[in-house]
Design a binder for this molecule. Structure first.
Ligand code: 2P0
Length: 366
């Protein structure tokens, strides 16, 4: 167990100059899903994801010494240039939880400016990119105020640990390519507390894999992921599911190494349907997919049968479909999306994305 609690991370405030730190961090799509947690944001099973490229959050954290010392956290958050009270409150809670790790958080005043590359109302998860961007800003801030980390991997492990406390899936966004979160016997260094990169063992075909996100519905979902995770505690299939996800994460790592796109797709689709079956078999049961989600799934199956091309889908905790495929068939797949699938998307919208290289620290002046 890593323990980042550190009461010595306290500032001599007269020595601190104001400053800003900026990170752009991407979203990720789980190939084997995290669904069910315990303790303080610990997963019930390992998961593995692709880190995306285009769907990202750009966050600038500005800090200065707090003029009037107070007990709580002093932070305001602006989303797309506007004060956002909901996110300000969530960030306050997050910083408060981090006080045993970063006691200096209550000695500073923070202004956070954040924006997403994807449309605000697109109905795609922003907590992975948002929380990972914020965690990276905080770990960079620690380096600026105290000691630099011994190496990049220590920096990333801590950023991933903090991101996990903000939102479970965010811990996987710290790394480019692919990442595993959760202890796997066969993966040295893997942990329930932070994610580890597995991009070095990614076969060439997966390094620039496409992920086109079909926006079936942009409405806010009725049951949050937080509530969904906790409903797993009473789910009668939970134990079997956690064992299955462990086996599948193991197998998925082999598949990713070997470049087997068909087996990849089989596991991918089964994971998507299993995730939603778990929602339907929770009590109270709920359904997040929409009729158009099913129509598009049928079209994808038919397309595969007709063409033999390795186009497969997955789902997040919502109705939108992620279409995953190798770049070698991009022209055909884009045509299929335009001609046969866009009709089933809200406002005929989809986001074209692909596997990306991971977060980037940006110049504050850019
Ligand atoms: C995942 N999802 O592995 C799974 C699959 C959605 C579907 O983790 O409560 O926002 O913040 O830890 O990470 C979405 O839930 O939940 C999620 P919290 P999170 O990506």
């Amino acid at each position: 167990m890593s323990d980042y609690k550190n009461l010595s991370l306290t500032l001599i405030t007269s020595e601190v100059k104001p400053g800003s730190i900026r990170w752009r961090s991407p979203s990720n799509i789980a190939l084997v899903k995290y669904w069910g947690k315990h303790g303080v944001q610990l997963p019930r099973n390992p998961s593995v994801s692709f880190t995306l490229d285009g769907a990202a959050t750009d966050t600038t954290l500005s800090y200065s010494v707090r003029e009037v010392a107070g007990e709580g956290i002093d932070v305001v958050l602006h989303l797309d240039g506007e004060l956002n009270e909901g996110f300000t409150e969530r960030t306050k809670r997050f910083f408060k939880e981090l006080l045993p790790i970063y006691p200096f958080l209550k000695q500073l005043s923070f202004k956070i400016k954040t924006s997403n590359s994807f449309p605000h109302s697109a109905g795609i998860a922003s907590s992975a990119s948002g929380m990972s961007a914020l965690a990276l800003c905080l770990v960079s801030l620690e380096e600026e105020l105290f000691e630099p980390f011994k190496d990049r991997s220590e920096f990333n492990a801590k950023a991933s640990y903090l991101a996990r406390l903000g939102s479970g899936s965010a811990c996987r966004s710290i790394y480019g390519g692919a990442a595993v979160w959760g202890t796997l016997a066969a993966l040295k260094g893997s942990s329930d507390e932070f994610a580890v990169p597995v991009s070095e063992s990614l076969h060439r075909v997966f390094q620039d894999y496409h992920d086109d996100i079909l926006l079936i519905s942009k409405s806010e979902k009725l049951v949050s992921s937080r509530a969904g995770h906790s409903l797993m505690d009473g789910n009668p299939y939970a134990t079997a599911r956690y064992a299955q996800a462990t086996r599948r994460t193991d197998e998925m790592l082999t598949v990713l190494r070997q470049g087997k796109v068909e087996r990849f797709g089989e596991i991918l689709e089964s994971e998507a349907l299993t995730l939603h079956a778990l929602m339907m078999s929770s009590y109270p049961p709920y359904i997040l997919i929409r009729p158009n989600t099913l129509t598009v799934i049928e079209r994808i199956h038919q397309y595969r049968e007709d063409t033999g091309l390795p186009l497969y889908f997955t789902l997040d905790a919502g109705p939108n479909l992620h279409l995953l495929y190798p770049s070698s068939i991009a022209t055909e797949v884009k045509k299929f999306i335009r001609e046969q699938l866009l009709y089933f998307c809200e406002d005929n919208m989809y986001l074209a994305d692909r596997v990306g290289k991971g977060p980037e620290r940006l110049d504050v002046s850019e």
